[in-house]
Design a protein around this ligand. Structure first.
Ligand code: ADP
Ligand code: MG
Length: 318
C-alpha cells in the first residue's frame, strides 16, 4: 500500500510550465497576466449521485475537468490552472492511474496546469476547481443580454440526454448511434476557443449543463429580458433527427443537460462575424431565436405555436 504522498507524486505531479510553484508546497503560486481578471469556478461530483460508482475512471477524469473548462468557456476566460480534491474509499492504483490519465490528457490539450489539491479517504467524490484569465471587463456574463439580441447555440443539443435515456432504456438506439450519443455524454468538448473568440462580440453567455430551456432561463432572469426560441431551428445530430420518438427528441433538446455547448446572445449586427467564427473553428453555430422585452422563455413548436413547457419534461432525467 502506498502512502498518500506517494500517490500524489505518482499520479498528480506533472510539469506546470505556466505556474510559479505547483504541487508539493503548502500552496501553489500563480501569476495572472497583467490587465487580466481571474475567473474561478468549482464543481463537486459525488459518486452515486452525479456519476455511477462503476463509471470508467478515465472518462470520469476527462469529464470532471471538462465541465469546469466549459464554465471557463462560458465566461470567455482562458483556463490556466486546476486544483483537484479527491475522496477515495481506498487507494486503488488502477483506478487512480486511469482517472489521472483522463484528467491530465485533457489538461495537456488545453495547457492547464494541475497546481494542487487534496487527497483523502472517504466515499468516492471529487471536486475540481479551475482558474482562468480574461482581459479586464471582457468576461461574458449572464446578465448582459439585451432586447433585440439574437440567441445562438454551438454544436448540437440533446445528444447527451438521449444517451442517458438510452442507458435508462427509455430509448432504443442502433449501437453506432448509441456510441455516438454516449461519447457526447462521457466526453464533452469544452468550447474554450469559441468562448474566447466571443469576447467583445457576445453580450451574454452560459454553457448548457442543465438543459437549453433552463440555462437560457438563467440568462433571461439575470438580464431581466425575455426570449423567443424556435424549436425547428435547434441544431440536432443526425441521431436525434431520425429518432422515431419525437416527444423524447424534443425533451432531450429543450430539457436535456450535459451537452456543454455554449448558449449566447449577440446583437444582430455581428451575425456575419459569428458565422465566420464558427466556420474558422469548424464548429456549428446556430441562431435559434431572439431576445425580447419582458420576461421568460417562449418556445415556438414545429407548428409555429407557443409550446407549453411542462415541468414533466424534466422528469425523464430524474
Ligand atoms: P497539506 O497537508 O499542506 O494540505 P497535502 O499533503 O494535502 O498538503 O498535499 C501536498 C501537496 O500535494 C500540496 O501541494 C497539494 O496541493 C498537492 N495535492 C494533494 N492532493 C492532490 C491531488 N489530488 N491533485 C493534485 N495535487 C494534490
Ligand atoms: Mg491537504
Amino acid at each position: 500500500m502506498h502512502s498518500e504522498f506517494d500517490l500524489i507524486r505518482r499520479f498528480f505531479t506533472h510539469p506546470a510550465p505556466g505556474t510559479v510553484l505547483g504541487v508539493g508546497d503548502d500552496a501553489a503560486l500563480m501569476r495572472a497576466a497583467p490587465g487580466h481578471e481571474l475567473a474561478v469556478s468549482t464543481d463537486m461530483l459525488v459518486g452515486g449521485q452525479h456519476f455511477f460508482l462503476d463509471t470508467d475512471p478515465e472518462k470520469l477524469g476527462h469529464k470532471a475537468l471538462a465541465v469546469n473548462l466549459s464554465d471557463m468557456a462560458a465566461m470567455g476566460a482562458r483556463p490556466r490552472w486546476a486544483l483537484l480534491a479527491l475522496a477515495l474509499p481506498e487507494p486503488d492504483e488502477a483506478w487512480l492511474s486511469a482517472f489521472a490519465r483522463g484528467f491530465m490528457a485533457l489538461a495537456a490539450e488545453f495547457h492547464v496546469d494541475l497546481v494542487g489539491g487534496d487527497t483523502t479517504r472517504g466515499p468516492l467524490s471529487l471536486c475540481v476547481t479551475v482558474l482562468g484569465e480574461v482581459p479586464e471587463g471582457k468576461a461574458l456574463r449572464r446578465d448582459g443580454a439585451r432586447e433585440g439580441d439574437d440567441v445562438w447555440v454551438s454544436g448540437s443539443v440533446g445528444d447527451a440526454a438521449l444517451a442517458l435515456a438510452h442507458l435508462k432504456r427509455q430509448a432504443v438506439l442502433e449501437p453506432a448511434d448509441a456510441a455516438w450519443c454516449l461519447s457526447r455524454l462521457d466526453a464533452p468538448t469544452p468550447r474554450v476557443a469559441l468562448g474566447v473568440a466571443l469576447r467583445g462580440i457576445a453580450h451574454a453567455a452560459i454553457d448548457v449543463s442543465d438543459g437549453l430551456a433552463a440555462d437560457l432561463g438563467h440568462i433571461l432572469e439575470r438580464s431581466k429580458v425575455g426570449a423567443i426560441v424556435e424549436l425547428s431551428r435547434l441544431p440536432r445530430s443526425a441521431v436525434l433527427e431520425r429518432l422515431a420518438d419525437r416527444k423524447l427528441a424534443t425533451t432531450c433538446m429543450l430539457a436535456g443537460g450535459d451537452d456543454y455547448e455554449l448558449l449566447f446572445t449577440a446583437p444582430a449586427g455581428v451575425r456575419q462575424v459569428i458565422e465566420d467564427l464558427g466556420r474558422e473553428q469548424g464548429l456549428r453555430v446556430t441562431r435559434i431565436g431572439r431576445v425580447t422585452a419582458g420576461a421568460g422563455l417562449t418556445v415556438l413548436g414545429e407548428d409555429g405555436a407557443p409550446m407549453v413547457l411542462e415541468r414533466t419534461g424534466f422528469d425523464h432525467f430524474r
